[in-house]
Ligand binder design. Structure first.
Ligand SMILES: [Zn+2]
Ligand SMILES: [Zn+2]
Ligand SMILES: [Zn+2]
Ligand SMILES: [Zn+2]
Length: 301
């Protein structure tokens, strides 16, 4: 197939050339090293500099260098290389989530940036030994069909009353690109519940959840509100609990607990940035600090 490309593209150029001469396109194959900085191996994006011989390097390497080209060791003054900048701005590659359905051609040096926002980025099945990954909607089907997790469709009010069983319970709106997962573990100290929003590429909580339980047998009632963390489950299920119902507070007849959950949009909360303390400060299961890398500031001319 590769060998026939030149021929196919030649035809394409000719055909397109007839109508819109300004939009002639040519598919080419080149080694990625051509598009990478030879010093830091990162992708070259504007601004690009070259030595007097023509070796191209990126802006951040240029700023760290004295007046000697590290490639040819010649004493030089670096100048902008606009020709190479044009090339890298046109060089498109397939998204690394192509196998999950992303059909976008991504500018090579913006590949990582796209990946962080790619709508087809996968979420992961956390069931031990499963390893399934797919876009959120595909993962939802996998949870319901393959693992047969209990599932409840949320009404517009966002409030559902359910008999919560140990294990995972899907809460979902119809037609959204995310869904929620309630998890209940039976720990020696009681029922431990957590809630998480399944979606890729999101760090800030976008929703909060009010959880309420009532037990007619013990007369205990409690209500807490917590932020819902978002996760692609790439690191497995959450390692924190949002609500712990201590042993004895609720009658444990092995048939689940009567539980009410309300999903609230975070937009009803004021402000941005660090989440203020709500009642439901998560209980940490194990010491686990999520590494959140700061968004890379893109250098623009
Ligand atoms: Zn560099
Ligand atoms: Zn050089
Ligand atoms: Zn993509
Ligand atoms: Zn699975």
């Amino acid at each position: 197939m590769e060998g026939s490309n030149a021929n196919t593209n030649k035809k394409k150029v000719e055909a397109e050339g007839e109508g819109e001469s300004s939009k002639k396109k040519l598919k080419v194959t080149m080694g990625v090293e051509t598009l990478d900085c030879p010093i830091c191996y990162g992708p070259l994006g504007p601004k690009i500099f070259q030595c007097s011989v023509g070796h191209c390097i990126c802006l951040s390497c240029r700023e760290k260098l004295d007046k000697k080209c590290p490639v040819c060791s010649i004493k030089t003054s670096f100048k902008r290389c606009f020709a190479m900048e044009h090339v890298v701005q046109e060089a498109k590659v397939a998204c690394s989530n192509k196998k999950y359905g992303c059909a976008e051609g991504v500018i090579y040096y913006q590949k990582e940036e796209h990946k962080k926002a790619c709508p087809s980025a996968p979420c992961f099945c956390a069931a031990s030994g499963c390893g399934f990954a797919g876009p959120t909607k595909v993962l939802l089907d996998h949870f319901l069909i393959h693992h047969k997790y209990a599932s409840t469709i949320l009404p517009d009010s966002g409030t559902v009353s359910l008999c919560l069983q140990p294990g995972l319970h899907v809460l979902r709106y119809t037609g959204t690109s995310y869904f929620f997962l309630l998890s209940m573990d039976l720990e020696p100290f009681g029922h431990a519940i957590s809630v998480i929003c399944i979606q890729p590429n999101v760090k800030e909580p976008k929703f909060k959840c009010n959880m309420e339980y009532d037990c007619v047998m013990t007369g205990c009632h409690e209500s807490i509100t917590c932020y819902i963390r978002s996760s692609s489950l790439s690191d497995g299920l959450p390692t924190v609990y949002d609500l712990i119902i201590p042993k004895g507070k609720i009658s444990d007849d092995q048939n689940g607990i009567m539980f009410e959950a309300t999903i609230l949009s975070r937009s009803c909360l004021q402000g941005k940035g660090s989440a203020p303390d709500l009642q439901g400060t998560p209980y940490v299961k194990t010491a686990n600090t999520a590494a959140v890398t700061a968004d890379e500031e893109e250098e623009r001319a």
